[in-house]
Write a protein that binds this ligand. Structure first.
Ligand SMILES: C[S@@+](CC[C@H](N)C(=O)[O-])C[C@H]1O[C@@H](n2cnc3c(N)ncnc32)[C@H](O)[C@@H]1O
Length: 410
């Protein structure tokens, strides 16, 4: 088999690249793009260049990249933000449908639409909420994505994967979206199976992340009708639930979907397994003071709060977090605000052998995402934590990459 040329969008510090290169030497990243809009500094791109070289790396707003600059590739990958994907007819009718400016999904769509040679495969990652947003029209955004990819010639398999369910060290639920173009070698195989069989047993995600037979809920077959504007305006209006379950497969806008459960009996990796010995943890990561504040933030509360800008009182309630974080379970999800010493409800705090509390070091956060140790070294601890909050569990990508290679062999 020849090389599988990869273009990595929204590359961050390179989670897809690491996962795919751990899967097989056949994956060859021929182009990558990373640009952080909220800061002048471009540290994620700098980390990327430091680790993988500057050749074929672009640090420009993706919206400003002409498709002609993107080399031919077989697999387009990227983790993009969950935004509002609604569409409207552009003022200039000749341009047809437009998505909102700054909505990065439409940049992916533009590349796939305009590029000379459409990649045979795409692999996208997003938060699981993508399948049910927005709240006013549950599932509309994903319906727009599915329909527009179908119109570009792609069949789409999707699955919400919680990395910890398959033995990885972090509970991180993300939807993975695998696209097969009609010119890809696998497409002919797809046509031999029912939508259900591909979604549950034969697909790349289905084979990579097994699900128990005879244990599925809410199976359904539906079709996404109408043009993108009609979908945007009308999809699932007045319904309470999204039609998209955590597993599915769409071909020519018709899709099978069902709620599935993980089937995994292998090794489990817990938070305690990836921690550094206490003596190797710099003192600044230990909690020194503000103990009550940490306990308060992590604890259950029901209280009256005041909203200054709107000048009104409201009731605020939340349950307690397990605190300190248990070492005998996979960790909670890393969020972008994980770094820094200020007490916070969402930062991880563990209890050491000597009974002290401490936060996680950047290296431990890298391990929870299965990045190489010190991959992001050279940036501040707050930035390093931010990168890991944005990144993904590379082991999941590795497993998908292996499954793709296996499909191509059959
Ligand atoms: C969810 S993160 C993906 C992280 C990546 N998968 C990793 O492993 O590190 C999305 C990335 O898109 C980048 N981004 C946001 N807007 C962008 C734009 N307009 N052009 C290019 N990159 C952008 C962000 O800086 C961020 O690194």
């Amino acid at each position: 088999m020849e090389k599988i040329k990869v273009a990595e969008l929204f590359a961050g510090v390179g989670g897809f690249r690491i996962g795919l290169s751990n899967a097989s030497k056949k994956f060859d990243v021929v182009w990558s793009n990373q640009w952080e809009p909220s800061t002048k500094g471009q540290e994620a791109s700098e980390v990327y260049i430091k680790r993988f070289g500057e050749k074929n790396h672009s640090n420009v707003d993706i919206a400003k990249v002409p498709v002609e600059e993107i080399p031919e590739h077989n697999l387009l990958v990227g983790g993009f933000p969950c935004q509002d994907y609604s569409v409207a007819k552009s003022l200039s009718q000749s341009k047809g449908i437009t998505g909102k400016k700054g909505v990065l999904w439409w940049e992916i769509h533009r590349i796939l639409k305009d590029i000379n040679h459409r990649p045979e495969f795409i692999l996208l990652e997003n938060v699981d909420r993508l399948l049910s947003s927005p709240a006013s029209q549950r599932g509309r955004d994903f319906a727009i994505i599915l329909a527009s990819l179908s119109d570009l010639g792609y069949a789409i398999e999707w699955r919400i994967i919680n990395a910890a369910d398959y033995g990885f060290p972090q509970r991180r639920r993300r939807v993975f979206i695998m696209g097969y173009h009609k010119d890809s070698p696998i497409y002919n195989k797809i046509k031999k199976y029912s939508l259900k069989e591909w979604a549950l047993n034969q697909g790349i995600l289905a084979r990579g992340f097994k699900i128990p037979k005879n244990k599925i809920s809410f199976p359904n077959i539906l079709k996404i009708e109408g043009n993108l504007i009609e979908i945007s305006n009308n999809f699932n209006k007045n319904e309470t639930f999204s039609p998209f379950q955590n597993c599915g497969f769409m071909l020519n806008r018709e899709f099978f979907t069902a709620k599935v459960f993980p089937d995994y009996n292998g090794k489990i990796t817990n938070l305690g397994d990836i921690l550094l010995p206490e003596k190797h943890v710099p003192e600044e990561f230990f909690v020194n003071g503000e103990y009550e504040k940490w306990e308060y933030l992590k604890g259950a509360k029901s209280e009256k709060r005041y909203n200054k800008s709107r000048d009104f009182y409201y009731n605020y309630a939340e349950g307690s977090m397990v605190f300190p974080d248990p070492l005998d379970k996979p960790s909670r999800t890393i969020v972008t605000g994980e770094g820094g010493s200020t007490p916070s409800r969402f930062k991880h705090v563990v209890k050491t052998e000597n009974g002290r509390w401490r936060r996680l070091t950047p290296l431990e956060l890298e391990r929870l995402n299965m990045f190489p140790d010190n991959h992001t070294e050279g940036c501040t601890d707050i930035k390093r934590a931010f990168f890991m909050g944005n990144a993904l569990v590379t082991g999941v990508v590795k497993q998908i990459g292996e499954s793709l290679i296996n499909q191509l062999k059959d």
